[in-house]
Design a protein around this ligand. Structure first.
Ligand code: GDP
Length: 528
């Protein structure tokens, strides 16, 4: 094995942050980037968000609603590590995008608001992490405010998310009485000063909690800490790295992102514990990140990142080998060799041209409509990475053109937007309708705005009489034909030509599924 390649892979960390909106993901991201030296000033991430808002038109929707729609990639260095942070849209209406981003990471950081505990969006995202056994480190945020008791938070995580917790730090008080945290595995005390960023603070090493120094520092709260730690020693699960790596146990840290408190400990533990890029499954075999031949897959396509160019960027996760600028790779779906001359790497602050990149890195490739989500690129061997899903839409709309002469543009626009994963569209086998499907309804607003801005299509939505969709298939051709004949009015082809059953309601869906036991109804479909 190439030693240099191995070294490069091993020092890479690729992760995403999962949280419910408002738990503090943006704030934490910013602090992590500060440590990485990727940004100099607090406020830069938010400012960048604002700048993006100001210059793009369909993202006006973001601004209007005060949500973040897009996903970006931020790369920074910390100690000897190269860290790739994949940002995810927090709003649940864009969860499909978030789900796919999670297929590209090797681990995740979960942010929990200490006052709110486990919230619905966190539960959903956790389900996605579980599909791939993604290892998760937890950060309980906002300890500078009154919140739930730490033990109750742990119990709630274990209960609702079905993952064992192992606290690696422990808070001393909360809100006005928040004194700091005790790092349980380093046996260090970190004191909190309200309003002061404690970025460079050294911990005070206190190996024996009966040390009277603790009383001097914490006053009456020293005894409470002693009690808590004693309790934890008896009751908490010890850290077992193997369990963490399998996604069965989550190490937990406490702190306050806003005050930059507990963030460095979190980052240190993260780079040390989180897995380097691992092997990835393809249809034919597993690909090791240490293989010398380059391979990667596209998990996201983003349009309008730079409104001045109206460009479209395909985000590719490298799975093996070394990428060098200008290298030629096979684009297997279309059977063509292409030269990637202008790949972009996303530094936190700016875009930069990539000279070389390795497994665990994300590169951006300019795309003129030939790249789809799920596409695999390799040096030679035809491979197809698996596990990049489409999710069955839960909301539907019928698109009605204002100007029927724009049908071609509508078709083109919808095909491309579907390839990007922005929305799904269906053509019922009976009639001429265009039915859009989405996991979250805001996707419809974005689609309409983009149809107008990018394809010059003016259209309106009308309600569509569907509430659920399933992709259908059957090994027995005859049985499928029979099913098709009897359900014509509810069958449609998606943008890639796959047959789907559109149900008016869940009850009807259940009924049909019982009626046709040989037909397979799927909630997710992998990209071709
Ligand atoms: P996101 O929606 O998860 O990205 O959350 P943000 O990072 O935008 O934070 C949501 C709100 O919580 C903002 O007003 C933050 O200033 C605030 N916030 C974030 N971290 C903390 C914290 O540690 N303490 C307190 N008191 N507020 C915080």
């Amino acid at each position: 094995m190439d030693k240099q390649l191995q070294k490069e892979v091993d020092r890479r960390r690729c992760f995403g942050i999962i949280s419910h909106p408002d738990a503090g993901k943006t704030t934490l991201t910013e602090k992590l980037l500060l440590f990485g030296g990727a940004i100099q000033l607090a406020g830069a991430v938010k400012a960048r968000k604002a700048e993006r808002h100001a210059t793009s038109d369909w993202m006006a929707i973001e601004r209007e609603r005060g949500i973040s729609v897009t996903t970006s990639v931020m790369k920074f260095n910390y100690r000897d590590f190269e860290v790739n942070l994949l940002d995810t849209p927090g709003h649940q209406d864009f969860s499909e995008d978030t789900y796919r981003v999670l297929t590209a990471v090797d681990s995740a950081l979960m942010v929990i608001d200490s006052a709110k505990g486990v919230e619905p969006q966190t539960e959903k995202l956790m389900e996605v992490c579980r599909m791939r056994n993604t290892p998760i480190i937890t950060f309980v945020n906002k300890l500078d405010r009154e919140g739930l008791e730490p033990l109750d938070i742990l119990a709630e995580i274990e209960d609702k998310l079905q993952i064992e917790c192992t606290p690696l730090s422990w808070p001393i008080g909360m809100g006005k009485r928040f004194k700091g945290v005790y790092n349980l595995y380093r046996k260090e005390l970190h004191l909190f000063t309200p309003g002061k960023e404690t970025r460079h603070q050294q911990g005070i090493v206190i190996t024996d909690l009966s040390d009277s120094q603790l009383d001097a520092l914490l006053g009456s709260q020293a005894d409470k800490l002693r009690e808590d730690v004693e309790l934890l020693e008896g009751a908490a699960n010890p850290l077992e790295t193997a369990h963490y790596l399998k996604g069965n146990q989550s190490p937990v840290f406490f702190g306050s992102a806003l005050n930059n408190f507990g963030v460095r400990e979190l980052l240190d533990a993260f780079v040390e514990m989180a897995p380097a890029p691992g092997a990835r499954k393809t249809v034919s075999r597993e690909v090791s990140p240490y293989e010398e031949a380059f391979s990667g897959f596209v998990f996201k396509i983003q349009a309008n990142m730079d409104p001045a160019h109206r460009d479209r960027i395909a985000f590719l996760r490298i799975c093996s080998g070394k990428f060098t600028r200008g290298m030629k790779v096979m684009h297997h779906r279309i059977g063509k060799e292409i030269a990637i001359s202008n790949a972009t790497i996303f530094m936190a602050q700016d875009r930069a041209n990539v000279e070389e990149a390795y497994a665990g890195d994300i590169i951006g490739i300019h795309n003129h409509g030939t790249i789809k989500i799920g596409d695999t690129f390799t040096e030679k061997e035809p491979l197809k990475f698996t596990g990049i899903p489409n999710f069955a839409p839960e909301h539907f709309r019928r698109v009605v053109l204002k100007n029927p002469l724009k049908l071609k543009q509508l078709q083109k626009g919808l095909t491309q937007l579907a390839e990007e994963g922005a929305v799904q569209f269906f053509r019922p086998i009976v009639g001429r309708d265009y039915i859009l499907g989405a996991v979250g309804i805001l996707q419809f607003d974005v689609t309409m705005a983009r149809l107008k801005a990018e394809y010059g299509v003016e259209a309106i939505y009308e309600p569509a009489p569907f509430a659920a969709a399933r992709w259908v298939s059957c090994k027995d051709k005859k049985k499928l034909e029979e099913f098709e004949k009897k359900n014509q009015g509810n069958l449609a082809h998606d943008a890639e030509g796959h047959l789907a059953y559109l149900a008016p309601n869940e009850w009807r869906l259940g009924f049909i599924m019982e009626d046709f036991p040989d037909i397979e109804f799927r909630k997710t479909r992998e990209h071709d």
